[in-house]
Design a protein around this ligand. Sequence first.
Ligand SMILES: [Zn+2]
Length: 306
Amino acid sequence: MENVIIGIDLGGTNLRIGAVTPDNEMLSPSVIKSSAVAYADKPIEKICEIIADYIEKNHIRKVEAISIGVPSSVENDKETVICTTNIRNQEGEAVFSHTNMAEGIRAYFKVPVFINNDVNNILLYDIAANHLEKQKVVVGIYIGTGVGSSVVIDGKPLEGKNGAELDIGHIPYFGGDVRCSCGKTGCCECYASGWRLQELRRQYYPDTEIQDMFTKHKDEKPMKDFIQACAYIYAVMVTIFNPDTIIVGGGVPEMADFPREEFERAVNENTGRDVMAYGFDYLYSKEFIGKGVIGAAVFARQRLEI
Ligand SMILES: [Zn+2]
């Protein structure tokens, strides 16, 4: 194996690693628990160890770059992780907080190293997998445990001044009074997220398995309100960005019997009239564990070409 990019998707629970070819095929995927990194004395050295083991075990002769997706915003240097609130050490502190993750890994392997927000990598994967590279504006909103979003304009990910842009899960819903994990009150993530779906299950449907929530209850008021709450987030983003395509993904919309028609009707009704005059396409991201790993490699290739 040569000329591959090592892609890594470092999630809250699992770390996935794979060798990605220039035509975006993922070879020899492997998964370990993220706690192996989170609980290590020196987390970055631990990541180097995991990568070195992987390279040796799979007889990889030449690595073009290493690219890691993290569940955090990343500064515009694409090296410095802002804060991994979902990856904590045994003392309960965020493992990476304003931490340059790339430096140590680059010094160890002597290849280019890129760090990027995981949702941004997944959007790059979805764009590549669906051949949307030529579109002007693509917006991806992924509702999993929380809400993540990324926007690609003229092929380039939208960047704010520092890299902290698009934290839409923590936009407040007017009048919202539920306490959010971020410390604020009434964030939209409190009303439209996997976390909320678990709350609804506990409160109204304790005998239903989480994966059956749409199948069994989508026509009942608590679930109808939940679908509306999800739709508002998409409607806001569509109204702001006037996209060619909106990508709907994450664990919640990827669940069985997610009511796409009702959801789309709610998005359309709440989107600004000028945008609706032109319309946009919906694209549903498909469940596939390699998205973050391949997306990391797509991101690295884009940066290598600059
Ligand atoms: Zn919040």
